[in-house]
Design a protein around this ligand. Structure first.
Ligand code: DAT
Ligand code: MG
Length: 138
């Protein structure tokens, strides 16, 4: 086994749509361990760090705006190969393309308007996970 930690966020659209419980239930059903959890409205500074790889892209400003628009739930998640595993639970970035059975595929609403409202975030590598967990949990 290869136990890892990852950062999961239930984004403002997920919290607002009462999907926090659904996301946590899927995480727990998979056997992952919730090691820490909190709800907060992220600051701009945190989000600029969190999304630093996307700075300069056309969707960066709207993304930071959206992510700071309301409370998010941040989770420190542990489990065997959980970084890749949670990305697989979450599904593709675009809800339109996300497979049925994934969080984004089952609950993502596609009104042809917004890729950014895709319910959850999951770190994409060990390096990102360490970096992001530091931002959200210190
Ligand atoms: P992921 O969240 O699947 O890791 P990412 O890191 O490429 O995806 O992008 C971060 C977030 O930015 C993503 O969840 C939604 C938003 N985003 C990505 N590509 C976008 C685009 N082309 N237009 C608008 N928003 C986008
Ligand atoms: Mg990403």
């Amino acid at each position: 086994t290869h136990v890892e930690e990852t950062l999961v966020l239930v984004k403002p659209d997920g919290v607002e749509r009462n999907l926090t419980g659904v996301v946590l239930a899927r995480i727990e059903a998979k056997g992952y361990v919730i090691a820490d959890l909190k709800m907060l409205v992220p600051t701009r500074t945190m989000l600029e760090k969190h999304y630093e790889e996307h700075q300069g892209k056309p969707f960066f400003e709207p993304l930071v705006e959206f992510m700071s628009s309301g409370p998010v739930v941040a989770v420190r998640l542990q489990g065997n190969r959980v970084i890749e595993g949670f990305r697989s639970l979450a599904g593709s970035t675009e809800p339109t393309l996300a497979a049925p059975g994934t969080i984004r595929g089952d609950f993502g609403r596609d009104w042809g308007t917004s890729v950014q409202k895709n319910l959850v975030h999951g770190s994409d590598s060990t390096l990102s996970a360490e970096r992001e967990l530091e931002i959200w949990f210190g």
